[in-house]
Design a protein around this ligand. Structure first.
Ligand code: ATP
Ligand code: MG
Length: 561
């Protein structure tokens, strides 16, 4: 019998309600959404929320979701990021079919529309510098002032725009601005820049262009070209919506997309911003975009988070209009639910201590039958070697046990999981008095971990046969930032980088069959957590990342609250 995955709960949120109403009223025959990343970094878990929302809605309403790269800034964009983004969306379990687009595919059309605006007197070429534009812009409380170039002749603007395109001017010499209202209370409407000069090689269009549309000019028009019915984005774009609507009204676009904003995902103890993540990579705080500590999708994958866990998390947090910060523990809770169902159990010892079973014959090996996954009977059982010399976890022993310590100590009996009861009979110490080895006896009548006379030791330990265990490197992870809200209230987030976010253990030991585990596969080391084989694994030495411990911090907090 296989355990069935729990069905996703029927979802409802304010965006799905809008889409459903549009479908019912016939305003949207086919629901078309899009996920529009800028390829200036790797995707993070916040993007996963947006991906699940956009692809999820398209699937639920029988529509389609486009993957569109908003590649309007060649200075920051790279092919490496384009490839990584595609791989991450696919890995998350979504498929855009033939609907892969690039804003750069529309450069010719966007240029023509900027010309249209100039011809209508709705845009002009401005010779102010970036500083000048800022000075004239005004503030939240004061209106802006018109640029001295605002009323230049249409023909002059058209000529200058053509010469900008021809490469006559250096970066920043001139821009094209929409001619809206310098006194508008919304600063986004104070003659926003729609085209700028950038002499840079674009990952897709190469050197064909040296003028590029701004994000704000490209975004809505790209949606209109693609027939997007529901342009879903995060709240920071809400104040840009009047500009997008103004452009759509004033241009001969083939469709009129509507934008809906939802609250971005924030997570405690980490930062969901490509700009900050890029700094973490470039300044060497982590070993790359897919470092297991990174909140990127590729980092989560390398850490051992299954895609299903990220999708479950997105469903669990839902979609709302109010900004909030989600506990990192809630992400772990969602992922742990999947791992608990799907991961096989194995024995691993992180900090080994030798135990010699004095009444067990030297040279003998017994096979113990161990259940692979109590949550999934179909995973079956395996045979694990047991011998006279074993490894246990060093902190499962105390020579002078503290009051609530019920594990191994001299004279005390414990259960070795799925094997035998053992009793500690003595210790061996080094010159400094440190315990280096334990002596014990076992009770052959307790085979399998049960006693015929009903004896029940207070502790059950994991263990490995010393003759069979294989060495492994194990990497333990903690939060990337010690501050639950890094960078908030003006604090420098780089100062709260956790110096102990990674601990590398080189002396760990694992069951022999784990030497062959493929990179990306996750198992549970009994009592220690979930561990994922890292791509640094070699035939000589497996490397494991601890995905997370077994302890659930989040559900406990919920129960108390
Ligand atoms: P960042 O600030 O990390 O660079 P971004 O918004 O600039 O993010 P884009 O590539 O423009 O990155 O984002 C693509 C889509 O993902 C956008 O629609 C954006 O609204 C959405 N998105 C980005 N960050 C989050 C987040 N934290 N939560 C939910 N959606 C997000
Ligand atoms: Mg952005």
């Amino acid at each position: 019998m296989t355990s069935e995955p729990t069905p996703a709960p029927a979802r409802s949120d304010f965006i799905r309600d809008i889409v459903a109403a549009d479908v019912r009223a016939g305003r949207a025959k086919t629901v078309v959404t899009r996920f529009p990343p800028e390829p200036n970094g790797y995707l993070h878990i916040g993007h996963a929320k947006s991906i699940c929302l956009n692809f999820g809605i398209a699937a639920e309403f029988g529509g389609r979701c486009h993957l569109r790269f908003d590649d309007t800034n060649p200075v920051k964009e790279e092919q490496e990021y384009i490839d990584a983004i595609e791989a991450d969306v696919r890995w998350l379990g979504f498929d855009w079919g033939e609907h892969l687009y690039y804003a750069s595919d529309y450069f010719e059309q966007l240029f023509a529309w900027a010309v249209t605006l100039i011809e209508q007197g709705l845009a002009y070429v401005d010779d102010l510098t970036a500083d000048g534009i800022r000075e004239y812009r005004g503030t939240l409380t004061e209106p802006g002032r018109n640029s001295p170039w605002r009323d230049r002749l249409v023909a002059e603007s058209l000529d200058l725009f053509a010469r900008m395109r021809a490469g006559e001017f250096p970066n920043g010499a001139r821009v094209v601005r929409a001619r809206i209202d310098m006194a508008a209370p919304n600063i986004n409407l104070r003659d926003p820049v729609i085209y700028r000069i950038v002499h840079a090689t674009h990952p897709r269009t190469g050197d064909a262009w040296c003028v590029y549309p701004t994000y704000d000019f490209a975004h809505g028009q790209s949606d209109a070209i693609e027939g997007i019915t529901h342009s879903i984005c995060t709240l920071e774009f809400e104040v840009h919506r009047p500009l997008y609507d103004w452009l759509i009204e004033n241009l001969p676009v083939p469709s009129t997309p509507h934008q809906y904003e939802f609250a971005r995902l924030n997570l405690t103890h980490t930062v969901l911003s490509k700009r900050v993540l890029l700094r973490l990579v470039n300044e060497g705080h982590v070993r790359g975009w897919d470092d297991p500590r990174m909140p990127t999708i590729s980092g989560a994958r390398r850490r051992g988070y299954p895609a299903e866990g990220l999708r479950d998390f997105a469903a669990m947090i839902g979609v709302a209009k109010a900004d909030a910060v989600v506990e990192f523990g809630q992400l772990e809770y969602a992922v742990r639910g999947v791992l608990n169902r799907t991961s096989q159990r194995r024995f691993g010892v992180l900090d080994p201590m030798k135990v010699v079973i004095e009444n067990y014959p030297a040279g003998q090996t017994d096979m113990m039958t161990v259940v692979n996954n109590p949550e999934d009977p179909a995973a079956g059982t395996r045979e694990v070697e047991f011998g006279r010399e074993l490894w246990i976890e060093r902190d499962d022993f105390m020579e002078e046990p503290a009051p609530k310590f019920f594990r191994l100590s001299p004279g005390r009996e414990v259960r070795l999981r799925n094997a035998f009861f053992i009793t500690c009979t003595g210790v061996v110490k080094d010159a400094e008095g440190r315990v280096t080895e334990l002596r014990a006896t076992y009770d052959p009548a307790t085979r399998g971990g049960d006693s015929p006379d009903g004896r029940r030791p207070k502790a059950t330990l994991h263990w490995l046969s010393a003759a069979h265990a294989v060495p492994a490197e194990v990497r333990l992870y903690d939060h990337l930032f010690t501050d639950p809200f890094p960078g908030s209230d003006g604090r420098d987030l780089f100062e709260s980088i956790n110096p102990a976010s990674e601990t590398i253990l080189t002396g760990a030991l694992v069951e022999p069959d784990l030497a062959g585990l493929a990179a990306g596969e996750t198992v549970q080391f009994e009592r220690l957590g979930y561990f994922c084989a890292d791509r640094d694994t070699t035939t000589a030495r497996p490397v494991f990342n601890r995905t997370m411990t077994l302890k659930d911090t989040w559900a406990k907090v919920q129960a108390k609250g």
